[in-house]
Design a protein around this ligand. Structure first.
Ligand SMILES: Nc1nc2c(ncn2[C@@H]2O[C@H](COP(=O)(O)OP(=O)(O)OP(=O)(O)O)[C@@H](O)[C@H]2O)c(=O)[nH]1
Ligand SMILES: [Mg+2]
Length: 318
């Protein structure tokens, strides 16, 4: 069944895509089999993370970027991670409606994913969803996230290119920019250039960016609402894509991402399997009892627990 689904994904069938991504989101055992099937067919798509503070116009920019890439004959997959903040919780429906035009096209696929409490789980689901869209033949895969929290940064950097979208005179947000965004951005966009002259904000950003391996992150301005500056933005994305390829950096970055992903996924699986197995362990309950009766301190007990875990029988997935 998963095999059939995988071949549907590889053909770019939208129903199969929807089902496959739901399986990935669910995190059940089929997820592993699905990824097993499609992984050899991944690695062709250019992947882009679009992030930035709430309401800077990321979805609007993504929308126009899809249009521009379509004009250039490239197929586009989009994953929109919804902001979990109660202030922006209404964005889900808005995004869907706004992107509806494109959803109807055959060569564009748009999917939303709810951000849950589980940081590692979301990043993992996002990475695998990118793989599904890639295997489905999308030339470009865009992921939209909000904010500079751990999850967002993890997701926004699980891609080839990270774009940070800001707007003029963000005030406090400029602090947020300094606190995290400037390190992850390969390209900066100051959107809503129609409201306030963006020159000062652009200057501030430009003086804060760091050159990375010969690439000085450019600072662009757009009016996403009208599409102004979007062709130049896509030109810059294509230029960066070429830069990465010419310098072997796409491979290098991918290896680094895989290294982080494997360690994270393994520890996460190990953690949940261990917790399950410990529940049935007498030595674990005894240890807990000793600590609660103050016969043993938590630090010493933690050391003993490491030994108990190391001595557990290998589980079915080992
Ligand atoms: N004036 C102006 N308004 C814009 C521009 N781009 C987007 N907007 C408006 O700004 C609001 C927020 O736009 P979104 O695209 O939803 O912003 P977002 O960054 O995706 O928002 P979240 O996902 O909630 O963080 C909407 O009302 C847009 O119409 C622009 O270039 N100029
Ligand atoms: Mg949005």
């Amino acid at each position: 069944m998963v095999g059939e689904l995988a071949s549907g994904v590889l053909k770019g069938d939208h129903r199969s895509l929807a089902k496959a991504i739901s399986i990935i989101e669910g995190g059940g055992p089929d997820r592993r089999r699905l990824i097993q099937e499609i992984y050899p067919r991944t690695g062709k798509a250019f992947t882009i993370g679009i992030t930035g503070p709430t309401g800077t116009g990321k979805s609007t920019l993504v929308d126009k970027t899809i249009e521009e890439y379509r004009k250039r004959g490239r197929r586009v997959g989009v994953l929109a991670i919804d902001p979990s903040s109660p202030f922006t919780g209404g964005a889900l429906l808005g995004d869907r409606l706004r992107m509806m035009d494109h959803s109807l096209e055959r060569e564009v696929y748009i999917r939303s994913m709810a951000s849950r409490g589980d940081v590692g789980g979301l990043a993992r689901a996002a990475r695998n969803t990118i793989r599904v869209l890639d295997a489905a033949g999308m030339d470009v895969v865009i992921v939209e996230t909000v904010g500079a929290g751990q999850t967002e940064v993890q997701v926004a950097t699980a891609v080839d290119a990270t774009v940070v979208v800001l707007m003029p005179q963000l005030g406090d947000e400029v602090q947020a920019f300094k606190a995290g965004f400037n390190e992850i951005g390969d390209i900066f966009v100051v959107n809503k250039a129609d409201i306030v002259n963006p020159a000062k904000t652009m200057f501030n950003i430009a003086s804060g960016v760091q050159e990375k391996k010969g690439w000085r992150p450019p600072v662009l301005k757009t009016v996403a609402l009208k599409g102004t500056g979007v062709p130049a933005f896509v030109d810059t994305l294509e230029k960066f894509e070429k830069f990465l390829d010419e310098h072997g950096l796409r491979e290098e970055r991918m290896r680094q991402r895989l290294e982080a992903e494997l360690v994270e996924a393994a520890f996460s699986d190990f953690y949940s399997e261990t917790i399950n197995r410990l529940k049935g362990e007498k030595s674990w309950r005894q240890l807990l009892g000793q600590v609660s009766r103050k016969e043993l301190d938590p630090e010493t007990a933690a050391g003993k627990l490491v030994k108990i875990i190391a001595g557990l029988d290998a589980g079915p997935n080992a």
